[in-house]
Design a protein around this ligand. Structure first.
Ligand code: ADP
Ligand code: MG
Length: 328
């Protein structure tokens, strides 16, 4: 099977929303009136972002999910995406499974594949997503990292830390009971981008980011962009690890230190962290209900720069947790 047959067979479907999809030199998108286009790219490299033997259905899902998560963080509605794929060889079973996982998530969000590039080389998947955000009265409704103000509440969606827990288990660093491993592993391999929540938070959240590298590090991007600091109540945050609610939790093997490390420094959660004024608490909960996504209030924005991790008594933790950095 050659390059063009491969594209036709696995990555070409009739365009529904795009003015022109796969097949010409460019795809054409028609932005709706009074909207801006939100654009983001994420690359997944074998050995770095996923194990070589990962199920290709989940890989197709994750490759798009991490990109949709960026649209969610901006409050954008997904429209379309492109797929640049480097493959060591043509493996039809792999391609069928990968495209199945990819299109299942794409269809769930009405986001269509409109183009891409296909080359031979080490397995590498790069997706660019296009979404739209309304412009109201000349003002973009996009959620940015830069709008947090002292006094704002700090929230996160869903649960945190289970992806990291799965990663540690798959690397053989700790043992999890099978039920817990399956649950944590699905968080690692099939994250749920919070697309509906991001859109519901437009006009409510003052700043937002999606959590790909770990809460502690990613939250600091909001703090720096907004020129503020924050305090986080780690006694609340520790409960965000979903596995801890499981009564098969192996408390003996996974200490509360390790749980907190997963929550604060574990990457791959693809939840949203966001801030909103205290006056918007009801609006935040209404947005969460509308999006069928739980949100938890874990801290407060302060004028003094830096991130302070506090215990239940409000005392600073001594231990530091470090988020992921590809070049650190
Ligand atoms: P060009 O050489 O003009 O860049 P290509 O020959 O690479 O075009 O691609 C032919 C068509 O197939 C283009 O419309 C391109 O967007 C699309 N395409 C290539 N690879 C993929 C892919 N992996 N997924 C979706 N569309 C693809
Ligand atoms: Mg061309």
């Amino acid at each position: 099977m050659g390059e063009f047959d491969l594209i036709a067979r696995y990555f070409t479907r009739p365009a529904a929303r795009a003015a022109l999809g796969v097949g010409d030199d460019c795809a054409l998108l028609q932005p709706a009136p009074s909207t801006q286009m939100a654009i983001s790219s994420d690359m997944l490299v074998e050995g770095r972002h996923f194990f070589a033997d990962v199920d290709p259905v989940t890989l197709g899902h994750k490759a798009l999910a991490v990109n949709l998560s960026d649209l969610a963080a901006c409050g954008a509605k997904p429209l379309a995406f492109t797929l640049a794929l480097s493959l060591p060889r043509v493996d039809e079973a792999w391609l069928a499974a990968f495209s199945k996982g990819l299109f299942a998530l794409a269809d769930a969000h009405g986001c269509e594949l409109v183009g891409g590039d296909t080359t031979q080389g080490p397995l590498n998947i790069c997706i660019t997503v296009f979404g739209e955000v309304p412009v109201v009265g000349g003002k973009s409704q996009a959620l940015l990292r830069s709008g947090a103000k002292p006094g704002d509440d700090v929230y996160v969606s869903g649960t945190l830390g289970d992806a990291r827990l799965a990663l540690e288990a798959l690397r053989g660093k700790l043992a999890l009971p099978p039920g817990l491993l399956a649950q944590a592993r699905s968080r690692l391999e099939q994250p749920t981008p919070r697309v509906a929540l991001g859109q519901a938070l437009r006009g409510i959240a003052s700043a937002a980011i999606d959590l790909s590298d770990g809460l502690q590090g990613d939250l600091q991007h909001i703090l720096r962009a907004s020129g503020v600091g924050a305090s986080i109540d780690t006694s609340v945050a520790i409960n965000l690890i979903a596995s801890s609610a499981d009564n098969t939790w192996a408390a003996a093997t996974i200490s509360s230190e390790q749980q907190l490390e997963c929550v604060l420094a574990g990457g791959d959660d693809y939840e949203l962290a966001f801030t909103a004024p205290a006056s918007a608490r009801e609006a935040v909960q209404a947005a969460a209900r509308q999006a069928h996504t739980a949100v938890s209030r874990i801290g407060v924005i302060e004028a003094a720069p830096g991130l302070r991790l506090l215990d239940a008594a409000g005392k600073p933790l001594e231990r530091r947790y470090v988020s992921f950095d590809h070049f650190a």
